[in-house]
Design a binder for this molecule. Structure first.
Ligand code: ACO
Length: 385
């Protein structure tokens, strides 16, 4: 709790611990280290589900029947294409521009181009626009990656799954089954996570009765920050600085002595291991062994051991962003696309929670305690110092 100096009112800085809504979409238990979507544990979903099924679950509240999933998949397929006009305008953006900024701009362009999305007023039409965004986020992200590599965007392949098609649109090569499955799991793991900053931001925008594209673009803007989704890119850039685990440990010692934050560690809610980090760690090890390149993984494990030894008691442990980048790196994806991949997945959680909140909407409008000077006399310009 923080106390405002002027009035004796205590408040949790950064809204820590404040309950802002009830939800049936998903739950996070930061003490037990558990995450569930609609009551299904994340480990179970990572093992058995697909991103398409998980997105359906988040949006509709229950696992789909075979025909419901086929219908949902068909809808996503129908929505995958992004209008050429949006892609052309994205390639004309002044660079260098971070892919997350391009993605945010891309979503705004889609809203401007697509009349149906802009005027989506009913819950049903908003849900439809949301499903379209889930499909298009992958296409936009892959196109942005291609644009930044000075290569033409690749049209979606309807024969591929959401994860497989995403990898195909990034590289132009149909992925191996293992690569497709690992990307699928990464998308499942990132799809929803309580009232995190980007989810809250998108819900705040939606609560004003703004359109769903505006809400999702605010989610992207929020996810970009280094304290949130932007940490995954920072982690890999940190790991890549070192040639050996020993070199990394010197850095960790220095960072801790200077009270600097180590990217990929710590969480507002988890005070134990983030369950997603444990799953990612396993796949990062397996993929690194498979590619025969253990360097980044060994460095990461050494950093983890040291940080946990020194700060574990304070609840500073690896979060979702610590190992995910090693996986994307092993899949040959550029670090600048790591945070956009987070958005490719999280859009499902954003949409599900926006729609849930709008069922019983109330404008988000907290207060701030004014602690500045009062009753000042207006000084004419010529008398100001
Ligand atoms: N490395 C070292 N020390 C840390 C770290 C870290 N990564 N994170 C927190 N701490 C320390 C702080 O220095 C502080 O120490 P103090 O009490 O001695 O001053 C204490 O732990 C509390 O830290 P806060 O920043 O106040 O805790 P908060 O709940 O606001 O932090 C956050 C959560 C922002 C995620 C923080 O842990 C952090 O900055 N981590 C690094 C960035 C990161 O990995 N972000 C991704 C989070 S997961 C996600 O959003 C997808």
């Amino acid at each position: 709790m923080t106390k405002s100096s002027k009035q004796e009112i205590e408040f949790p800085k950064g809204l820590e611990g404040v309950v802002a809504a009830t939800t049936q979409v998903g739950s996070v238990d930061g003490i037990a280290g558990k995450l569930a979507y609609r009551g299904y544990d994340i480990n179970t979903l990572a093992e058995h589900s697909t991103y398409e099924e998980t997105a359906y679950l988040l949006l509709h509240g229950s696992l789909p029947t075979r025909s419901a999933l086929a219908g949902f998949h068909g809808k996503l397929l129908g929505y995958r294409t992004v209008p050429d006009e949006a892609l052309k305008r994205l390639s004309d953006l002044p660079c260098p521009c971070h892919p997350m900024s391009m993605l945010r701009s891309g979503i705004s362009l889609l809203e401007c181009i697509d009349d149906a999305c802009r005027i989506a007023e009913t819950q049903e039409s908003k849900q439809d626009a949301g499903i379209q965004l889930i499909a298009q986020m992958a296409t936009l992200t892959a196109a942005i990656s291609r644009i930044l590599e000075h290569k033409p965007p690749i049209a979606p392949d309807p024969a591929l799954s959401h994860a497989g098609n995403f990898l195909y649109m990034l590289s132009g090569k149909r992925p191996e089954p293992l690569a497709e499955r690992v990307m699928d799991i990464a998308l499942i793991l990132h799809a929803d996570h309580g009232m995190n900053a980007s989810t809250f931001a998108s819900m705040v925008v939606a609560s004003t009765m703004s359109d769903i594209h505006s809400a999702i673009s605010s989610g992207i803007a929020t996810l970009k920050g280094s304290l949130h989704g932007g940490a995954n890119e920072r982690v890999i850039r940190m790991l890549e600085q070192f040639s050996t685990p020993e070199e990394a440990l010197v850095y960790v010692d220095k960072a801790m002595a200077n009270k600097e934050k180590i990217m990929g560690f710590g969480h507002r809610v988890y005070k134990t291991y983030d369950p997603r980090a444990l799953i990612f760690q396993r796949y990062a090890r397996d993929l690194s062994e498979l590619t025969g390149d253990m360097k980044l993984f060994n460095i990461a494990e050494a950093i983890e051991k040291k940080v946990v030894e020194k700060l574990g008691d304070k609840g500073i442990l690896p979060n979702v962003d610590f190992y995910s980048g090693i996986i994307y790196h092993a899949l040959g994806i550029d670090a600048s696309i790591f945070t956009p991949i987070f958005a490719v997945s999280r859009v499902a959680g954003w949409v599900a929670r926006i729609l849930e909140y709008l069922e019983d909407n109330r404008l988000f409008r907290p207060r701030a305690i004014y602690v500045g000077p009062e009753n000042l006399a207006y000084t004419p310009m010529e008398e100001r110092q």
